[in-house]
Design a protein around this ligand. Structure first.
Ligand code: GLN
Length: 502
């Protein structure tokens, strides 16, 4: 039986983590020796013990490892050393990031029993900065989906309403932050998999510029689109985590050969004179309550001094169609390596071909099989140019239209998701309806541009709404400034309350 619906309200529902100190505050206190990393970890482990059986954010909780890592951080502080900018801050990792000796499943049966021999670069950087990994989070199998219902290990539930999906594919990471299981989380975003679950769970989620964060040790889905990025309860916390994970890595050939941007310092700069465009094409077809919040977000930026106008990115309407050729095509190639020989599951057959077939039939779920078939078809001789080639041309048009829009605007605004969190099963029988969840987020992936989702009030159902801020390549500094201003202007925020004289 489902619980009674929450009363309609346009103020943000408060996630339990609102009372917890932010990542920025925790790191400062641990570095100063006024709070221990161990105490921080114990609080998060308690929150996990209380609610994880209802939420299922994690595939693996690393309690002992987290305690040991926290003690090592506290020891450094006691010795007068600086553990780093994430000192004692808990981080949850999407379970498609490699962790040495720790199961890494992509929420797929096909990786059963596999333990990577190395850590992903993001994991190394987080640990080196004093961050504490508390667990590996649930996802749609191989990051294909928008609800986390495609996990081979069962869905994650939305901490705001456990009858609703958390979004996906990084649903476990979004839910972990929203439920206060970790201060920060890492996700991957190929078509919206960080931003859409962030919106549905009422947290901040951000996809960096393509190439800004190393993907070494991220299990590939669609290599020309995949990016790793942060989840956090606040914009400042997301900026802190991005500063730690961004910057050149020789182990990833697509990594931009520069150090990462400085972000945290700039958040208070404000948006006076900033040119903000609301993308008209991405307002079509979204729910009225979501569209209303985006318009209020534009008003909040305008009140903070920005110059707001309507913007147009005409080719964005073809983004979804192009994505569902490019992403499956690349996935069909990337997933060819799971053959029962090199990794995880093996279902033996009479010969090598039947071993391949039995392993892949048993190991992959329905959505992954659908994508492999779509992608293989789109790449096959005689169809390649009509499908894959055409989709690549659309991608060029989208980049061209964004470039034109950014001649007039510093950042662009849109909904993150066309709806708030939906009920389990509502879209699982209809792949197209599910794919539409990413209609607003996909264009930035196709262009390689950064984009962030910031919680901004609630829908008619009382569930969180996310507003997306987009920027041109390497426009993270200006994008974070706009995001911070949105956060200050959001309904229910302490600054908004002060501004409204409440
Ligand atoms: N929901 C989209 C898909 O199913 C995006 C996934 C992602 O960003 N990893 O492909």
């Amino acid at each position: 039986m489902s619980p009674p619906p929450s009363p309609p309200s346009n103020t943000a529902p408060s996630p339990p983590s609102n009372t917890a100190p932010s990542a920025v505050e925790t790191a400062a206190a641990v570095r100063a020796g006024t709070r221990s990393a161990r105490q921080t970890v114990e609080q998060h482990l308690e929150a996990i013990a209380r609610r994880e059986s209802d939420i299922h954010a994690f595939n693996t909780v690393l309690a002992d490892e987290a305690r040991a890592a926290a003690d090592a951080v506290d020891h450094k502080v006691a010795m007068g050393q600086d553990p780093g900018p994430l000192a004692g801050v808990t981080v949850a990792l999407k379970d498609n990031m490699c962790t040495r000796g720790i199961p890494t499943t992509c929420s797929s049966k096909i990786l059963e029993g596999w333990r990577p021999p190395y850590d992903a670069t993001v994991v190394e950087r987080i640990v080196r900065a004093g961050g504490i990994v508390v667990g590996k989070t649930n996802l749609d199998e191989f990051a294909m989906g928008s609800s986390t219902e495609n996990s081979a290990f069962g869905p994650t539930r939305n901490p705001h309403d456990v009858t609703k999906v958390p979004g996906g594919s990084s649903g476990g990471s979004a839910a972990a932050v929203a439920a206060g299981f970790a201060s920060l989380a890492i996700g991957s975003d190929t078509g919206g998999s960080i931003r859409q679950p962030a919106a549905l769970c009422g947290v901040v989620g951000m996809k960096p510029t393509y190439g800004l964060v190393s993907r070494y040790g991220l299990i590939a889905f669609a290599s020309s689109l995949d990016q790793i990025g942060p989840f956090a309860a606040t914009v400042a916390d997301a900026a802190l985590l991005l500063e730690v994970i961004a910057g050149h890595d020789p182990l990833d050939t697509t990594s931009i050969p520069e150090s990462g941007p400085r972000l945290v310092d700039q958040l208070s700069q404000g948006v006076d004179g900033l040119r903000v465009g609301v993308v008209q094409e991405l307002m079509n077809g979204v729910d009225a309550d979501v569209a209303a919040r985006v318009n209020e977000a534009a008003d909040a930026l305008s009140a903070a001094g920005a110059k707001v106008d309507t913007a147009s990115v005409p080719a964005a309407i073809y983004g979804l169609s192009a994505y569902y050729l490019i992403a499956p095509a690349e996935a069909s190639s990337n997933l060819a390596r799971y053959d029962g020989v090199r990794y995880g599951l093996r279902v033996p057959g009479d010969d090598i071909t039947s071993t391949y077939m039995r392993t892949r039939a048993a190991g992959f779920g329905a959505e992954v099989k659908r994508r492999i078939m779509l992608g293989t078809y789109a790449l096959s001789a005689g169809y390649y140019d009509a499908y894959y080639g055409q989709a690549q041309r659309v991608r060029t048009l989208i980049i061209r239209d964004f470039t034109a829009a950014y001649e007039h605007f510093d950042v662009l605004l849109s909904p993150t998701s066309p709806t708030t969190a939906f009920a389990f099963g509502a879209k699982s029988e209809n792949p197209l309806a599910m794919y539409l969840s990413d209609v607003c987020t996909i264009p930035s992936n196709l262009a390689g541009h950064p984009a962030i989702s910031v919680p901004f009030g609630a829908g008619d159902d009382g569930l969180p709404v996310g507003v997306q801020v987009m920027a041109p390549a390497l426009g993270e500094p200006v994008m974070f400034r706009a995001a911070a201003a949105l956060e200050r202007g959001a309904p229910g925020s302490s600054s908004a309350a002060t501004a409204a004289g409440r």
